[in-house]
Write a protein that binds this ligand. Sequence first.
Ligand code: XMP
Length: 320
Amino acid sequence: MIKEITLQELDPAKFISEKAEEIKKVVGDGIAINALSGGVDSSTVTMLGHKALGQQLKTVFIENGLMRQGESVNVADLFKKLGVIVEVVDARQEFFDALRNITDPEEKREAITQTFYRNVFGRIVRESGAKFLLQGTILTDVDETVAGIKRQHNVFEQLGIDPQDAFGYRILEPLVQLRKDGVRIVGSALGLPVELFERIPFPGPALSARVIGEVTPERIETVRKATVIVENALKNTGAFQYMAILHEDRVTGMRDGKRDFGQQIEIRCWDSVDARIATPTRLSFDTLEQMSQEIIRKVPGVVSVTYNIAPKPPSTIEAI
Ligand code: XMP
């Protein structure tokens, strides 16, 4: 049973110094490694880990081909400014190979988990000689995985999986007593710039959580282009999270006077405090229409744009 640290109980300076001490003690004079995705949780754990371990922590960004536009370069640049060197590892082919022909959501998550932890990261860890993996798992990830709602790609021990046996390294999860709001406060106290720790959440399986049906480089590119448009249009709404989703079904449309059996993009925009429950934001029709027009103009093959108006539950925030 993990003991939650609530917002009322959280003293960020004390939390940081205690966790840094713990990490130092466990790692000793060994080497730890962590994978940075640019999200709130992994960015916070990267800063915490560097505070605790300095040069003994190696940080990598695994380019899985499923990230948002410009992400690897932007994240590496930002951390360089904060004094943290991030090595970008190109693993696009391995991920797309692993995802070929898979349409079931849980199988997709499993393929990403295995490719990430066993193949790509396992190899990097072995080559680096690191015995410890620092990870930004938070309490909500554990809750939802244990409840069987959605398997988070970074939760193992709570499911009875021993990472030492399964992958050959030990996992440290210093943020596991916090929820997202607590992580933001800790990230801020660690010196992360506002634009980073206030970023909207982004899932571990990245854009593959937003492609219904098979994940291919082309289909990821479609949802990536739509994501740029949706994120840009909604960034000042104050919403908790917003996204574009590519549907599997095609629908008849018309372009240049000809029938075009095209693709559908669904937009979601959520009001929520901690992602456990969420309601669709009441966006103006003008905003919706502008996004739709831009998507149709700039994203090849899309002939239909919809907005999700069902709350979580029974919906979930991501589509898979
Ligand atoms: P759902 O879709 O379960 O999402 O309502 C709740 C929150 O969690 C994020 N999410 C993930 N985060 N790994 C993550 O780190 C994952 O596999 C994952 N799946 C969903 C989602 O974006 C939302 O903020």
